[in-house]
Design a protein around this ligand. Structure first.
Ligand code: CDP
Length: 221
C-alpha cells in the first residue's frame, strides 16, 4: 500500500516548489511529470523531428528510454542513459512540450511509467492529468492555480534567477497560449478533477500553501 498526492494546475502556479516541499516534509518522493514530457521533447529536438509530425513522434517515442533517479533528494531525468535534467527548464522546451504532450502515444508511454513509480513509492506527483488520469485514486488531489499575472511574474523570477534573459509580457502571452493548448487538447486535457481541492495561490505565500495541503492530507489519510 502506498500513499499518493496529486497536484495539477496551469504553468507557473508553483506546483513544483510546493510539491517538493510537501514530499520532503512527508518523506515521499517528488515526481515532476512535466520533466518527462520535457525530456521527450528534448529527444525529438535532437532527432530533428518537426513539431507538426505527430506520426514520427508516435513511432519514435518508443526509442526514448526515459527514467527517473534521485540524487540528494532531487529528481534527475535520464534519456537513453544520459542525464538531461540541465537542458529541460528552458521556455523553448516548455512551450514545445505542450505540443508534444498532445500526442497519444507519448502520453501512453509516460503515464505507464508514472503509474509504475506510484505503485512502488509514496509520491507527490505534479502535472496536468495526475488527478484525472494518472492517479484517479490518489489520497489527496489538489488543483493549484493563480492569476496569469502572478504566474508570469513567478516564471520571470525563476528564469531571471538563472540569468536567463526574458521579457515578462512575452512570458505572460506564452503562459496563456500554453494553458489554452493544455486545456483544449483532446487527450487528458488540464482540468480540475471532481474530487480535487481548489487552491488559488495568487495571494498566498509558499509556506502557507504547503501547510494547507499538509493539513488536507492529514485529514484524509
Ligand atoms: O513547470 P511548468 O508548469 O511550466 O511546465 P511542466 O509541468 O514542466 O510541463 C510542461 C508541459 O508538459 C505542459 O505545458 C503540458 O503540456 C505537458 N504536461 C502534460 O501534458 N501532462 C503532465 N502530466 C505534465 C506536463
Amino acid at each position: 500500500m502506498t500513499y499518493s498526492i496529486a497536484i495539477d494546475g496551469p504553468a507557473g502556479a508553483g506546483k513544483s516548489t510546493i510539491a517538493k516541499k510537501i514530499a520532503k516534509e512527508l518523506g515521499f518522493i517528488y515526481v515532476d511529470t512535466g520533466a518527462m514530457y520535457r525530456a521527450m521533447t528534448y529527444f525529438f529536438v535532437t532527432e530533428h523531428i518537426k513539431k507538426e509530425d505527430a506520426g514520427a513522434m508516435g513511432r519514435l517515442c518508443e526509442n526514448a528510454d526515459i527514467s527517473i533517479k534521485y540524487q540528494n533528494g532531487e529528481q534527475q531525468v535520464f534519456l537513453n542513459g544520459e542525464n538531461v535534467t540541465p537542458y529541460l527548464r528552458t521556455e523553448e522546451v516548455g512551450n514545445l512540450a505542450s505540443v508534444v504532450a498532445t500526442n497519444g502515444d507519448v502520453r501512453r508511454k509516460l503515464v505507464e511509467l508514472q503509474q509504475k513509480l506510484a505503485k512502488s513509492e509514496n509520491v507527490v506527483m505534479d502535472g496536468r492529468d495526475i488527478g484525472t488520469c494518472v492517479l484517479p485514486h490518489a489520497d489527496l488531489k489538489v488543483y493549484l492555480t493563480a492569476s496569469p499575472k502572478t504566474r508570469a511574474a513567478r516564471r520571470f523570477k525563476e528564469l531571471t534567477e538563472k540569468n536567463i534573459l526574458c521579457n515578462i509580457e512575452e512570458i505572460e502571452n506564452d503562459i496563456i497560449d500554453r494553458d489554452k493548448r493544455d486545456m483544449e487538447r483532446e487527450i487528458s486535457p488540464l482540468r480540475q478533477a471532481e474530487d480535487a481541492v481548489l487552491v488559488d495561490s495568487s495571494d498566498m505565500g509558499v509556506e502557507e500553501v504547503v501547510s494547507y495541503i499538509l493539513q488536507l492530507f492529514m485529514e484524509r489519510k
